[in-house]
Design a protein around this ligand. Structure first.
Ligand SMILES: NC(=O)c1ccc[n+]([C@@H]2O[C@H](COP(=O)([O-])OP(=O)(O)OC[C@H]3O[C@@H](n4cnc5c(N)ncnc54)[C@H](OP(=O)(O)O)[C@@H]3O)[C@@H](O)[C@H]2O)c1
Length: 315
């Protein structure tokens, strides 16, 4: 579905769609069955398996004069059943702009708002506890949501101080879930240690069809410890797009209802049983709609996952 089709459909469906997330696909517009959701481990709460990230292109647009284009991106996510929005104070204007748009569109309470905390110096070192508190308070203001659904320590910066603050906020009921993130392989050992030692609800980590180290130890540990997994960089940002440039989607992708490369990559990550939600970044409504399409229809089974890997490796 392109942007014009999407707008036509939205207009035709009118206000009902705006306040009825998932109506477009759930109403049968996709013909691909119900939205795929995953339980947050140990909780009586499910999340749609695809959401939206806000670094990369999203943050570039958020910092530009075209920021209002992101209204359509956020509305498209919600109208197609998505709820999870991943942001961070360090993603330029993303957190602030998305917070304002969500408020404006009346979407604040519909979104599962996942932000981050990090005031530790780059490369390690101590976080100033007052600066950490100030950053979290600024996030509350920008999100306009109380409690915030999820705050994670970004890139494992000063975990004792920053996760300590998040634990106290969770206890006080100001944050529902807490976690830590990294997308740097040299930090995976430390991530495992924190997963073992700390009462985490979530981790955020990179994972893609051509980047699968985390399947070996981190995903099994998440399953064992009952920790939810947010998948970052499911396209490797630009890496996978470079790989499939000018390459046709194999016909057999229809066997798991993927109609685009974006859906191929997202269905791969979403089909790992440890994964709770994938949050690809996009600044374009047509890509948002495409990505949400991965949250409908069938997911590949293990044999198909292996075939997908072999195919990508052969390109
Ligand atoms: N340590 C951390 O906490 C951490 C680190 C990395 C990422 N993250 C989170 O994870 C999110 C996702 O990771 P990422 O942004 O690095 O990379 P990504 O999601 O793998 O890739 C984003 C890129 O893919 C393009 N794209 C998205 N959907 C597309 C589609 N359907 N068709 C074609 N192109 C498409 C986007 O461009 P367009 O705008 O043109 O669509 C953008 O260039 C981040 O935004 C952030 O929220 C967290």
């Amino acid at each position: 579905m392109n942007r014009r089709d999407y707008l036509k459909l939205s207009l035709a469906a009118g206000a009902a769609l705006t306040f009825n997330p998932g109506a477009l696909f759930a109403s049968g517009a996709s013909g691909r069955g119900p939205l795929i959701t995953r339980a947050i481990p140990g909780k009586d709460e499910r999340l749609p398996v695809v959401g939206l990230g806000s670094s990369a292109t999203f943050s570039r647009v958020a910092g530009s004069e075209d920021a209002q284009a992101l209204r359509e991106v956020l509305s498209a996510m919600v109208e197609h059943g998505g709820t999870v929005f991943d942001t961070a104070p360090s993603y330029g204007a993303s957190e602030q702009v998305a917070g304002a748009i969500a408020r404006d569109l009346g979407l604040t309470d519909r979104l599962f708002w996942a932000t981050k905390l990090n005031v530790a110096p780059r490369g390690g070192g101590a976080a100033d506890p007052d600066a950490a508190k100030a950053q979290v308070e600024a996030s509350f203001e920008r999100a306009g949501k109380r409690p915030i659904d999820l705050i994670q320590v970004h890139n494992l910066g000063d975990v004792p101080v920053q996760l300590g603050l998040l634990k106290s906020l969770r206890e006080a009921g100001r944050v529902r879930y807490i976690g830590v993130t990294t997308t740097f392989a040299p930090q995976y050992g430390q991530l495992e240690q924190v997963m073992r030692d700390e009462p985490l609800d979530f981790i955020g980590i990179d994972y893609a069809i051509d980047n699968r180290t985390m399947e070996e130890r981190i995903f099994p540990l998440a399953q064992e410890r009952g920790i939810g997994v947010l998948v970052y960089a499911p396209f490797g940002r630009t890496r996978l797009w470079e790989k499939v440039k000018d390459k046709a989607l194999p016909e057999w992708a229809a066997e798991f209802d993927a109609t685009s490369w974006g859906q191929f990559f997202l269905k791969f990550v979403a089909s790992h049983p440890a994964v709770t939600v994938a949050t690809p970044a996009t600044s374009r409504v047509r890509h948002m709609v495409d990505n949400m399409g991965a949250a409908y229809g069938r997911l590949p089974d293990e044999a198909m996952r292996q075939r997908m890997i072999r195919h990508i490796e052969s390109l």
